[in-house]
Design a protein around this ligand. Structure first.
Ligand SMILES: Cc1cc2nc3c(=O)[nH]c(=O)nc-3n(C[C@H](O)[C@H](O)[C@H](O)COP(=O)(O)O)c2cc1C
Length: 185
């Protein structure tokens, strides 16, 4: 009888510690990666190529995580993956140029997302203080790296805006549900 009572007590303790463990696991641990990508893919974004003047020549990577952050002072941000090999090179220069890509830039963007190719081979650029400038892009935002935060498997890179320019007559490139399209007025 004593043994049954002890077992019952142990069983309750175990149950409550399992419950406690469940409570402590953050709910987002149960979000499926495929579902996360799929749902977030429904968020339409613009597409940019972030460039910099590397020690051995121009560097750049395609990014759709650009966002405006602050007006006073003027700040923007984007999220490079921790797995990116280009971001550490951009970070080392402390400056970067965000080229907001135009409707006709799909193949250029694909090149700036690929590895093992000359990313700058297919697109004319001019030299810029913070990085190569794509003259036929929709906008350019020259930045100085002002902060970097760790956020899961990405960083949040905050850029202090130095100069910026837009070409309002151009269509912009949009990324939505894994596909590119152009959007104008
Ligand atoms: C439309 C699009 C948007 C992308 N956005 C990002 C992004 O916001 N952050 C990021 O780290 N990589 C992004 N990538 C992936 C990078 O462009 C690139 O593939 C990755 O950085 C690997 O190259 P790397 O090792 O030279 O950095 C995006 C790719 C595409 C096609």
């Amino acid at each position: 009888m004593v043994k049954v009572a002890r077992d019952l007590c142990l069983c309750r303790q175990l149950r409550s510690s399992v419950f406690f463990m469940r409570m402590r696991i953050p709910e987002n641990q149960f979000i499926d990666a495929v579902k996360f990508r799929d749902v977030l893919g429904h968020l339409p974004t613009g597409v940019s190529v972030v460039t910099a003047n590397g020690p051995d020549g121009p560097i750049g990577m395609a990014c759709n995580s650009i966002t405006s952050v602050s007006l006073t002072p003027p700040l923007v941000a984007f999220c490079p993956a921790k797995s990116s090999t280009t971001w550490p090179e951009i970070r080392a220069t402390r400056r970067f140029c965000i080229n907001v890509m135009a409707g006709h830039h799909e193949s250029a963007v694909r090149a700036f997302a690929a590895r093992g190719i000359d990313r700058f081979g297919g697109i004319p650029t001019i030299d810029g203080d913070c990085g190569p400038v794509f003259e036929d892009a929709v906008a350019q935002i020259d930045c100085e790296l002002s902060a970097e935060h760790v956020a899961g498997d990405h960083f949040i890179a905050v850029g202090s805006v130095l100069t910026l320019k837009a070409r309002s007559e151009r269509d912009a490139l949009i990324f939505f549900r894994g596909e590119f399209s152009a959007i104008g007025r």
